[in-house]
Design a protein around this ligand. Structure first.
Ligand SMILES: Nc1ncnc2c1ncn2[C@@H]1O[C@H](COP(=O)(O)OP(=O)(O)O)[C@@H](O)[C@H]1O
Ligand SMILES: [Mg+2]
Length: 317
């Protein structure tokens, strides 16, 4: 870890190996992400390129299941960097995100002292040895540049966001008992949000913005083919068409890429030779996960006779 006193220690370290060198164009980023198993839209590749070149965090917003988290994973694979992930949740605080003192260990240390001289013990128990580094501190202190994923930031409160702002603008953390911990290397930071609340303007100002939406049919087809290369192309095309159609309906939860991939895997597993009425009826729940939605979709696709809960077995024409 680099505290203020020794934070230049890494200045003379050799530069990073060539294979983890930053790509120098959006096209290179696109190719790099593809090689890492992620098919980015043109805008995604561009924003990632800018983030790497400018050292700015990316705020990725969009509905669930469109590849926000996976983008961070793929960027880590592409740059051969460690991924440090902070999963956000309601009530997440600094002790779980930044650092906390290892009280138990401190207590043991105090008890182990035969004649406790507080001054010596105090100087001792507020050192790195007694510190529990949480994801944000680990990302800052890492000697090698990392990819830091702050996932689902919209689940935290504004107070937490404010704390994060400081970190994102200065790339340093102050620990009162220990001093300033400054980043030696700039982490590539991705924040994701499902849009459950509006994030502050202050946060947005510090980040590049990327809106990830449901992909175009061609793009989704390519993603499906990448995840399930053995699935028949005609079936994959039909799958993408149906999923796109379902997204246009008035449903509570439109199917995401995650559901499309699950459906492709299901069809492959079942050895389906086409998406016919029977296959559709028996596998619809892989992409539609609300009872009310099943009814809406079933009706639109002409499956109303097979609606779950309908037990008269009536077949629609
Ligand atoms: N552009 C893409 N290329 C390859 N796979 C993708 C792409 N977008 C999404 N996926 C896949 O879709 C699934 C859901 O992605 P995920 O990152 O978990 O979504 P989110 O974090 O937005 O909820 C994952 O299995 C991921 O691999
Ligand atoms: Mg996610």
């Amino acid at each position: 870890m680099s505290t203020s006193g020794e934070r230049h220690a890494a200045d003379h370290a050799p530069s990073h190996p060539a294979e983890s060198a930053s790509p120098t164009s959006a096209v290179e980023v696109r190719e790099g992400l593809r090689a890492a198993g992620y098919l980015p839209a043109a805008e995604t590749a561009l924003v990632c390129h800018l983030a790497l070149a400018l050292g700015k965090p990316i705020l990725v917003e969009g509905p669930a299941g469109v590849g926000k988290t996976e983008l961070a994973n793929a960027l880590a694979r592409m740059t051969a960097r460690e991924l440090i992930r902070l999963q956000c949740y309601e009530g997440l605080d600094e002790a779980k995100a930044l650092y906390e003192w290892n009280y138990r260990k401190q207590l043991l240390r105090i008890q182990a002292e035969r004649e406790p001289g507080w001054r010596e013990v105090e100087g001792d128990i507020f050192t790195e040895e007694y510190l529990l580094a949480r994801p944000l501190l680990r990302a800052i202190a890492s000697e090698q540049p990392v990819v830091l994923l702050i996932d689902e930031i919209d689940k935290t409160d504004q107070e937490f966001e404010a704390m994060l702002l400081e970190l994102l603008s200065d790339f340093q953390i102050s620990i009162p008992e220990l001093g300033r911990v400054a980043a030696r290397t700039t982490p590539l930071v991705l924040l994701t949000s499902n849009n459950s609340r509006e994030l502050t303007e202050a946060l947005k100002r510090r980040c590049l913005y990327l809106w990830l939406d449901y992909p175009s049919p061609e793009h989704e087809l390519a993603i499906i083919r990448m995840h399930t290369p053995d699935l028949d192309e005609q079936i994959a095309r039909r799958l993408v068409e149906i999923v796109a159609l379902v997204r246009t309906l008035d449903v509570k939860k439109p199917p995401s890429i995650a559901e499309s991939i699950d459906w492709a895997r299901t069809l492959l597993l079942l050895g389906a030779s086409a998406i016919d009425r029977d296959v559709l009826t028996s596998t619809l729940s892989v992409i539609v996960k609300h009872r009310a939605d099943l009814a809406v979709v079933g009706e639109r696709l002409g499956l109303s006779g097979a609606r779950p809960g309908d037990d008269d077995g009536r077949q629609a024409a």
